[in-house]
Write a protein that binds this ligand. Structure first.
Ligand SMILES: Nc1nc2c(ncn2[C@@H]2O[C@H](COP(=O)(O)OP(=O)(O)OP(=O)(O)O)[C@@H](O)[C@H]2O)c(=O)[nH]1
Length: 318
């Protein structure tokens, strides 16, 4: 069920034209932005986890749907960090700046909420919507809603809150609904030549993705015990030619935590957990990079770094 409240979606003008534009995906933490981005791009790009606030960097994913006649649409997605409303540490100020930066100059915004819900945190993100760009309401996790009838009522309330261009109740985990969302977005992108090759998925470097993958394994394997202020810095990403393996990549990464107890938690009993984080990251990186990977992980304790603005900048969050 899509309710369209828009007369402004430009009409499609012939099959051989190319469309291309920037789409920001915004919403409070844990509404499913990373899951949606991965589904829209068709391959895992951003890092998802059950833990809130795992997405810290602006990550782009690219999806191109050619029409077979030289035209079609290229969607360039910008994922944004969850909008933090409770904490005021320097790290979170930097995150909020990143959210606003990601909205600047986009052609379309996907404002993601959980279907049937609208909290103060959602309202704070909605207040940041740019005046110029159309905003589509994505009511995600529809599969988790038991009383569907209430969603229709809730959608009417949402119309009062903002003049959304479209209202799309869906589940990021349902491929048909994800494909339909792409169809809904396409007419909002300007007619212009594609910026990237049709098979590009991201403009992020392999080094960046390596850090993201280590971070994902770190959070997945430590569960809720580890605070989200822990981070990963890739110190070394060297490529070599090897007689035995062909291409070979050597990675050294440092996991930065705030306390000795966090360090002990990551290392685990007789080093088992750290070893598993390294092994799982290596296997995934070997698939992604298509070559042999050696990975070395270090842990550093940096007490209070999330409150130190200069240090937040030095870790690359500005
Ligand atoms: N049932 C259901 N769960 C979903 C859906 N989409 C995402 N989730 C789950 O919601 C949780 C959060 O998803 P993420 O994609 O990490 O959320 P996010 O908004 O990127 O979160 P931050 O990185 O904290 O901003 C994960 O456990 C997902 O599996 C959906 O359509 N249905």
């Amino acid at each position: 069920m899509t309710e369209s409240a828009s007369e402004s979606a430009p009409a499609s003008s012939g099959p051989s034209r190319q469309r291309c534009g920037l789409i920001a995906i915004v919403g409070r933490p844990n509404v499913g932005k990373s899951t949606l981005l991965n589904a829209l791009v068709g391959q895992k790009i951003s890092i998802t986890s059950r833990k809130a606030q795992t997405t810290r960097h602006r990550i782009t994913g690219i999806r191109t749907l050619p029409d077979g006649q030289g035209g079609g649409t290229q969607f360039v997605f910008v994922d944004t960090p969850g909008f933090q409303t409770r904490h005021t540490a320097a790290l979170n100020k930097s995150l909020n700046k990143t959210v606003m930066g990601a909205l600047d100059g986009v052609d379309l915004v996907l404002f993601v909420v959980e279907a049937g819900k609208f909290s103060l945190a959602d309202a704070k993100v909605l207040a940041l919507m740019p005046k110029g760009a159309p905003v589509i309401l994505v009511a995600n996790k529809l599969d988790a809603v038991h009383r569907r009838a209430e969603v229709a009522h809730w959608l009417r309330d949402m119309q009062e809150r903002h003049a959304f261009a479209e209202y799309v109740p869906m589940s990021a985990k349902n491929p048909q609904e994800v494909a339909r969302l792409l169809d809904i977005c396409a007419p909002y992108l300007p007619e212009q030549p594609w910026w990237h090759d049709a098979d590009d998925l991201t403009d992020r470097s392999e080094k960046f993705l390596a850090g993201e993958i280590v971070r994902e394994k770190l959070f997945r394997l430590t569960g809720d015990e580890l605070p989200y202020t822990s981070t990963v810095v890739v110190e070394k990403f060297d490529e070599e030619k090897s007689r035995q393996y062909g291409r070979l990549v050597r990675i050294a990464a440092t996991i930065v935590v705030e306390r000795d107890s966090h360090k002990a938690m990551i290392i685990g009993e007789s080093g088992q957990r750290l070893k598993r984080i390294g092994t799982e990251a290596r296997l995934e990186l070997e698939k992604l990079l298509g070559c042999k990977v050696f990975i070395e992980l270090w842990i550093k304790v940096r007490s209070g770094w999330a409150d130190d603005e200069a240090r937040v900048r030095s870790f690359g969050y500005e």
